[in-house]
Design a protein around this ligand. Structure first.
Ligand SMILES: [Zn+2]
Length: 248
C-alpha cells in the first residue's frame, strides 16, 4: 500500500480503514500498525472527521474553546491542505489571549496559545480554519500559534516558551508532512498583505528552528486526544491581562 495515494485509491483505502476500525481493529493493527491507521484516518476523504468535545490535536495542551465567530468549520487536511505554521506574538499576556479569543467581537483567534512558562492552550481544532493571519488563503492553509508577550520585550521569549512551541510546531509538521524550514514556518509579518509586525525582531528564528528540528528528530509520544486532559486543568486561574491584543 503506497503512502502517497491518489484520490480514488485513497477513497478505497479509506473505506477499508473504516471497516478495520469498525470490526477488526486488532487484525488491522497487525497489518498496518497504529501509526498508519491514524495516518489513514486523517486522510479519509469525503467524510467529516468525528469531533469529540474537548479533543486535542497536541498532547499536553489544555482545551479552552475560542468563540465560534473567530474561526470557520472545515475538514482539513481534506478540504484544504495544511502546509504553513504562522508564528504570532500576542502583545499581551496568556490570559489576555484566551480572553480575547473567547470574545466573538474580536474576529480573530489562533489554534494555539503558548505561555512564557511553556503551557499550551488549544482553542480551535486543527481541522478548522482559524482567523489569525488576516489573509483568507493563508488562514485556510495554516495553523496559527500565538505567544504570550510583547514584540519589544525579548525577555518575554523564554526558553520554556521556545521549547514548548517548538515541540508543538514539530508535531504539526509531522502530522501534515510540512517541511521544517522557514518557507513553511513563518511569522505573521511574512504573510502577504499583512500590516502586522509580529513576532518582531527579538524572536530568535535560528534558535527556534533548531529547536523545531531537534523536536522533529525526537518526537514526543503521539497525542492522546484525551477529552479529559483539558478538563482536568480547567480550574486554572485566569489572571487579568494587560495590553491590547494586536498580534492576532
Ligand atoms: Zn499575529
Amino acid at each position: 500500500m503506497g503512502r502517497h495515494m491518489g484520490g480514488e485509491e485513497n477513497r478505497r483505502v479509506g473505506r477499508r480503514a473504516v471497516l478495520i476500525g469498525g470490526g477488526a481493529a486488532a487484525a488491522g493493527a497487525a497489518v498496518l500498525g497504529w501509526d498508519e491507521l491514524r495516518h489513514l484516518w486523517w486522510r479519509l476523504p469525503g467524510t467529516e472527521k468525528r469531533r469529540v468535545e474537548g479533543e486535542l490535536d497536541h498532547a499536553g495542551a489544555e482545551w479552552t474553546a475560542a468563540a465560534r465567530a473567530n474561526w470557520r468549520r472545515a475538514d482539513r487536511p481534506d478540504d484544504f491542505g495544511i502546509d504553513r505554521v504562522v508564528i504570532h506574538v500576542v502583545q499581551g499576556s496568556y490570559a489576555t489571549a484566551l480572553r480575547v479569543f473567547k470574545n466573538p467581537g474580536h474576529g480573530a483567534a489562533t489554534h494555539y496559545v503558548v505561555g512564557k512558562d511553556g503551557r499550551v492552550a488549544q482553542m480551535i481544532r486543527e481541522l478548522d480554519v482559524a482567523f489569525h493571519a488576516g489573509n483568507r488563503a493563508m488562514n485556510e492553509r495554516s495553523i496559527g500559534i500565538e505567544h504570550e508577550g510583547f514584540v519589544d520585550r525579548p525577555q518575554d521569549f523564554t526558553a520554556a516558551m521556545y521549547a514548548s512551541s517548538a515541540r508543538l510546531t514539530a508535531g504539526i509538521c509531522a502530522r501534515y508532512g510540512i517541511p521544517v524550514d522557514r518557507e513553511h514556518i513563518i511569522g505573521h509579518v511574512e504573510v502577504e498583505g499583512t500590516d502586522h509586525t509580529d513576532p518582531g525582531p527579538h524572536w530568535d528564528w535560528d534558535r527556534y528552528m533548531e529547536l523545531v528540528r531537534r523536536a522533529a528528530a525526537n518526537p514526543s509520544p503521539a497525542p492522546s486526544a484525551s477529552p479529559t486532559a483539558g478538563a482536568a486543568r480547567a480550574g486554572r486561574r485566569e489572571g487579568a491581562g494587560g495590553g491590547s491584543v494586536g498580534g492576532a
